[in-house]
Design a protein around this ligand. Structure first.
Ligand code: DC
Length: 232
């Protein structure tokens, strides 16, 4: 696909990358809504493979078996009255995908090239359809290197753990903040140091530190970047 093909925003493709708890989902969902784009959460795809592996008792150390699950799964990004959700094999899995154990398992299986290959192909196909905001770890570097705009969000680990804590609390689930902080740090470390598609900003990504910014302020900065490029 070609990134700059359409200055009117017809085929707008935006890549949002960064570690967990940095605000990727909030920002990506708002952008998708504002620009009438499809929102694609690629982390949900890795999580979905983890969930299927649990259900089908496939080992997290079996790259071929996991890749087969990923290749065969039917995943749908839907918009419900409660916001964006995910259906896996026709069933709403929006909440189960976010369980802390699933996050850890998704991060572990995401290091296998076999798994990444099948999921990246699905992600590129969604990208080719245009008008998409896609969030993940390697969207600007690997999945959609021709994206019209690449943003890499970062924030201090403590702040990210606090945000996760509040998100769980809002759902009525109390998870100790220090446990979340530990999980975030170990998952980031694994995601950043893996051999294939590690979490790094693309050379041409705009890096935004969201630690002391509200979602509206982050959106304001991204809007300004889109305007500069004649895309908004
Ligand atoms: O964004 P998330 O927390 O839902 O992602 C879960 C895990 O999936 C994350 O720890 C690493 C992996 N992941 C990835 O390797 N590449 C992506 N594009 C998205 C997620």
């Amino acid at each position: 696909m070609s990134g700059r093909r359409d200055k009117s925003g017809e085929g707008l493709v935006i890549a949002i990358d960064g570690p967990s708890g940095v605000g990727k989902s909030t920002i990506s969902q708002s952008l998708a809504e504002r620009f009438g784009c499809r929102y694609v959460d690629t982390g949900a795809m890795y999580r979905a493979v983890a969930l299927l592996a649990r259900q089908k008792s496939v080992s997290l150390e079996d790259p071929e078996g996991l890749a087969e699950l990923g290749g065969g799964m039917e995943i749908e990004f839907v918009v419900t009255s409660e916001g964006p959700g995910v259906k896996l094999q026709g069933e709403d899995v929006s909440l189960s995908l976010r369980l802390p154990g699933v996050s850890e398992e998704a991060s572990r299986l995401s290091r296998f090239p076999e798994v990444r290959e099948v999921l990246v192909e699905k992600q590129r196909e969604l990208g080719r359809q245009g008008r998409v905001v896609m969030e993940g770890r390697d969207i600007g570097t690997v999945v959609l290197p021709d994206a019209d705009l690449k943003v890499f969000l970062e924030a201090e680990a403590e702040e990210r753990a606090k945000r996760r804590y509040l998100q769980w609390k809002e759902k009525g689930i109390e998870v100790p903040q220090d446990q979340l902080a530990k999980e975030i740090v170990s998952r980031d470390q694994r995601d950043k140091t893996r051999k294939v598609a590690p979490l790094v900003p693309a050379a041409d990504a705009a890096v935004i530190d969201t630690t002391r910014l509200t979602p509206d302020q982050v959106l304001g900065r991204i809007h300004a970047l889109l305007e500069e490029r004649g895309l908004a």
